[in-house]
Design a protein around this ligand. Structure first.
Ligand code: ADP
Ligand code: MG
Length: 682
């Protein structure tokens, strides 16, 4: 097909026949309505098959060329001129008496004419009107780029389908029959060149099912393998730490917390390694669940680790967990990347000797040098900030597979969690501690900023505290951000709240400085905290009752929800001011949704709907392939069906060893590529 086209295809990710036939159309044009000229109605879209009588240029010439031409057509029932714009190269082929198929819209302008969308030169054979890929049918419209025209793409795919021959189906025929799904061969043909809408629909359903089923099979196989090959530790906690810990809490657990803790402890008692995800909205009280699990591990003679995505959060967990356990014979240590060599050596030693019972840290926790005496439980807080790979590292640090508990406050719609975390059991904390007030959330134009600061002043006068969040400049706390937050800090402390103590926090500060300001903020000595989004996750200062987010349009919806979550922890009615001017429709919808809804699950669905789903599966993050045809919001019922079928199949043939499952095995392996190791390693 020539190097230019080849290159254009490559840019679209197409380098083989198989890629070409799985380059699915983004939509179809209905050019199937074949009519005779005398039956045409003004306003309708139709296709006619007729002979060329004559042609003439139309429109005002530009640089010596006319923009289009008119071709007079006759089909035995009548005459009609078809207007063709921008395809003058066709003229050479449209000599008198040539048979053509023309699709377009019938319009009344100087008499009746057909404004052509597609013009197809036909062979003289009488029955080839079904053979053209471009007209007289549902015509596929493909995603293309500069290097390749839509029409060329259609021709190529049409030919590729011919050349591909019979497409083998890796899915078990019996299952397809019982689900009423067409074969892969039929589905692929129909999705490109559908017979009619009904066929198109069932073909699409099949391809969506196909995609989700392969992923779910991967997950099911992985789960089965782990259950088969891994024995974990049975944690028979005796309550000697857990009971006093619960007693020491200043509140009683919510029903949801109790239920989830029970689910976690039951997993831990079992010999099967725990793999559980705890989902709970911001402020729902996930930390207690983590601590309960950690103590149970310690009661049973093991060590527990708790990993958090930021140093600020790791420090906070360290402080609050140590404080809660101060009366108990449990040694808690902290490990982060910014400790001095001496500190670090001491901590590593304590972890190795087993003197440390609970280890709390950042990524530093999973570095090579960290050796445990007997790691038996790993908890990952704010799991969405980590990848799947990191979850696996803990396994290498333990003799028997440790129990894993992952927690996330970023609410993930159920559909997504089934896919992303399809191999995990899920517990949901679906209840907030009593007395929580909704956060009064308002969108304020930058010019109205004073209103927000007035509200902050009122809160401060009541003895409460405030966050002021600086807009994101760069994704990763670049110097620009530091400068921006320093400026904000200066403005707040000198001009706006000169009488208040204003603290500064950003990711580039020394660990010691961060600790100092967080301690002061927690203790109430710092009343206003000017911060970057380092406080986005986990930070818990119940006395803070108002948050001002500058440049709100630059944050994502879930980030804003998390930030707002910083002030929904106390008993005072909290406030959140989003300062910004949304520049796109999407950012406007995001900010409006935030003002309207408090519930993180609801917001995550809104987010999914706004963002589309393409970006959700960045495979680096999730370890999952991108979805090509499935849309999680639209296809939830198919997802559930695919999941059920996949797990049923894995229950019968967990290694996919049966001859009829071999092709499936190959396909799953190919799809999940680099993740195959975790899939099929025996
Ligand atoms: P998250 O789920 O966001 O991690 P945390 O565990 O940080 O939430 O808890 C948020 C706040 O709620 C903390 O101040 C915590 O002490 C408090 N809290 C947790 N559980 C309860 C409860 N059952 N009743 C009252 N307050 C609670
Ligand atoms: Mg938390």
């Amino acid at each position: 097909m020539g190097p230019r086209i080849e290159k254009a295809l490559e840019e679209l990710g197409i380098s083989s026949l198989a890629d070409l036939i799985s380059h699915y159309p983004s939509r179809h044009e209905d050019l199937s309505n074949v009519k005779s000229i005398s039956d045409l109605r003004v306003g309708e879209r139709a296709t006619i098959v007729a002979r060329v009588v004559s042609t003439r240029p139309v429109g005002r010439p530009v640089r010596g060329r006319t923009p289009g031409f008119s071709v007079q057509l006759y089909d035995g029932t009548g005459y009609i001129p078809a207007i063709v714009w921008g395809r003058n190269w066709l003229l050479g082929q449209l000599v008198e008496d040539t048979r053509v198929m023309v699709s377009g819209e019938v319009q009344r302008r100087y008499g009746i004419q057909l404004v052509a969308k597609a013009v197809e030169v036909m062979d003289d054979a009488p029955d080839d009107s079904n053979g053209s890929p471009h007209a007289g049918r549902f015509v596929p419209v493909y995603p293309v780029n500069k290097g390749i025209q839509a029409r060329r793409m259609r021709t190529l795919i049409h030919r590729a389908l011919d050349e591909a021959g019979r497409i083998l189906d890796p899915l078990p025929a019996e299952m397809l029959a019982h689900l009423g799904l067409p074969s892969l061969h039929d589905a692929i043909h129909e999705v490109h060149f559908p017979t009619d809408r009904r066929h198109l629909k069932s073909a699409t359903r099949r391809l969506v099912f196909h995609e989700l089923f392969l992923i779910q099979t991967g997950l099911a196989v992985r789960k089965a393998r782990m259950e088969r090959t891994e024995t974990g530790r049975s944690h028979e906690g005796d309550g000697r730490l857990l009971n006093p810990y619960f007693k020491s809490l200043s509140f009683s657990l919510t029903g949801a917390q109790e239920r989830v803790i029970e689910e976690v402890l039951a997993d831990m008692r079992s010999e099967r390694p725990m793999r559980r995800l705890v989902q709970g909205d911001v402020g729902s009280g996930k930390t207690v669940v983590a601590v309960a699990a950690l103590l149970t591990a310690v009661e049973s003679g093991g060590q527990g680790a708790l990993m958090a995505p930021t140093e600020v959060l790791a420090e906070q967990h360290y402080l609050s967990v140590s404080a809660a356990l101060v009366e108990l014979p449990v040694k808690v240590v902290l490990i982060t990347g910014s400790q001095s060599a001496a500190e670090r050596r001491e901590v590593l030693e304590a972890i190795k000797s087993g003197e440390a019972h609970v280890v709390i840290g950042t990524h530093a926790l999973i570095q090579k040098e960290v050796e445990f005496r007997d790691l038996s439980l790993a908890v990952v807080d704010e799991q969405h900030r980590f990848g799947v790979a990191q979850r696996a590292v803990f396994k290498e640090k333990a003799a028997t597979t440790p129990d894993t508990l992952v927690m996330t406050a970023t609410p993930i719609p159920r559909t997504l969690s089934l896919t992303l975390y399809g191999d995990l059991e899920v517990s949901v904390i679906d209840e907030l501690p009593p007395g929580r007030k909704p956060v009064d959330t308002r969108l304020v134009e930058p010019t109205g900023r004073q209103e927000a600061y007035e509200a902050v002043r009122e809160e401060l006068e009541e003895g409460r505290q405030a966050f002021v969040i600086c807009p994101l400049v760069e994704e990763s706390e670049a110097l620009e951000d530091v400068r921006a937050v320093e400026e904000l800090h200066e403005e707040l402390s000198e001009d706006i709240f000169p009488e208040r103590r204003v603290g500064l926090l950003h990711g580039r500060m020394k660990a010691e400085e961060k600790r100092e300001v967080m301690t002061a903020f927690r203790g109430g000595e710092v009343e206003v905290l000017a911060s970057t989004n380092v406080v986005e996750v986990g930070v818990d200062v119940p006395n803070a009752s108002v948050i001002v987010i500058e440049g709100a349009e630059r944050f994502g919806l879930s980030q804003l929800h998390q930030l707002r979550g910083r002030v929904c922890r106390g008993l005072h009615p909290p406030k959140c001011f989003l300062i910004g001017t949304p520049k796109t429709e999407d950012s406007e919808s995001r900010l409006e949704a935030l003002c309207e809804y408090q519930d993180g699950f609801k917001l995550s669905e809104v987010d999914l709907a706004i963002r589309g789903e393409g970006t959700l599966f960045g495979s680096r993050q999730s370890g999952m392939p991108d979805l090509k045809v499935a849309k999680l919001l639209r296809d939830i019922d198919i997802l559930i069906e695919a999941r059920r079928e996949a797990f049923e199949l894995a229950a019968k043939d967990a290694r996919l060893r049966k001859p009829e499952h071999r092709p499936l095995r190959r396909e799953v392996r190919e799809l999940l590529g680099e993740n195959v190791e975790w899939l099929f390693r025996e």
